[in-house]
Ligand binder design. Structure first.
Ligand SMILES: Nc1nc2c(ncn2[C@@H]2O[C@H](COP(=O)(O)OP(=O)(O)OP(=O)(O)O)[C@@H](O)[C@H]2O)c(=O)[nH]1
Ligand SMILES: [Mg+2]
Length: 215
């Protein structure tokens, strides 16, 4: 029996396409606080969603090889706007505010969450949402809520595990088995996942290849 949600295994050609795409220049465009501030939908767009502190901004930095393109921090709630970055001349990479961060003031959290949901459900050029899952924690209730929202909006999403360098292989296998089961009921879930570690570079070439082969 084939495993559901196997790890993405792009061929050499796709890996090379990913390398070439991400060798292109990447620049910050703008931070958006309301839907009417979104840049024109004139590029293929992918976004990075996930709980606060899961590693969204760090992943954008390591994918592009730019240490401080997106602001990353130990302090949860670091990214407070929808941040748009260009990639080469063809793509937008979008860094989203995290969710599930309990310590921000309620009014602030509600404002981010409304914007996050409006963006995820309403952006026509959004080709894929990467849903980042901490390899130490697996899928948490707020992740399941976002998955349900993406199902309803018919936005394809792909699970990307982060911080794989922080867990032992046996624990990673256990988490992966649970993540696969958690993804199974979601029609919008793309049938492959990617395991990454920004610290070691694990999985980055695969994720670049995934982005480069989107149409
Ligand atoms: N060891 C390890 N640490 C990581 C990895 N990815 C991120 N981190 C660390 O996790 C912390 C949070 O990373 P961020 O990229 O700021 O997380 P975020 O998801 O953008 O957080 P918010 O903007 O608050 O939603 C930072 O201290 C990173 O250095 C990884 O793959 N391995
Ligand atoms: Mg961030």
């Amino acid at each position: 029996m084939t495993l559901p949600f196997p790890e993405s295994a792009p061929d050499a050609e796709a890996i090379e396409a990913g390398r070439r795409l991400f060798a292109g220049e990447s620049t910050f465009v703008k931070g958006v606080v309301a839907m009417d501030g979104l840049p024109p939908p004139d590029r293929l767009e992918v976004c990075f969603a996930g709980r606060s502190n899961v590693g969204k901004s760090t992943l954008i930095n390591t994918l592009t090889g730019r240490r401080a393109l997106a602001r990353a921090s130990n302090t949860p709630g670091r990214t407070q706007e929808i941040n748009f970055f260009t990639l080469a001349t063809s793509h937008y990479l979008v860094d989203l505010p995290g969710y599930g961060y309990a310590e921000a003031p309620v009014a602030v959290v509600e404002r981010w969450q409304r914007l996050l949901r409006a963006y995820l459900a309403g952006r026509a050029t959004l080709r894929r949402a990467f849903l980042l899952i901490d390899a130490r924690h697996g899928v948490k209730p707020p992740d399941a809520e976002i998955m349900a929202l993406l199902d309803r909006a018919a936005v394809p999403f792909q699970a990307v595990l982060t911080k794989a360098d922080k867990v032992r292989q046996a624990d990673l296998e256990r988490t992966l088995a649970r993540v696969r089961a958690d993804l199974a009921p979601h029609p919008a879930a793309f049938p492959e996942l990617v395991v990454t570690a920004s610290e070691t570079g694990q999985g980055l070439d695969r994720l670049r290849a995934v982005v480069a082969t989107l149409e």
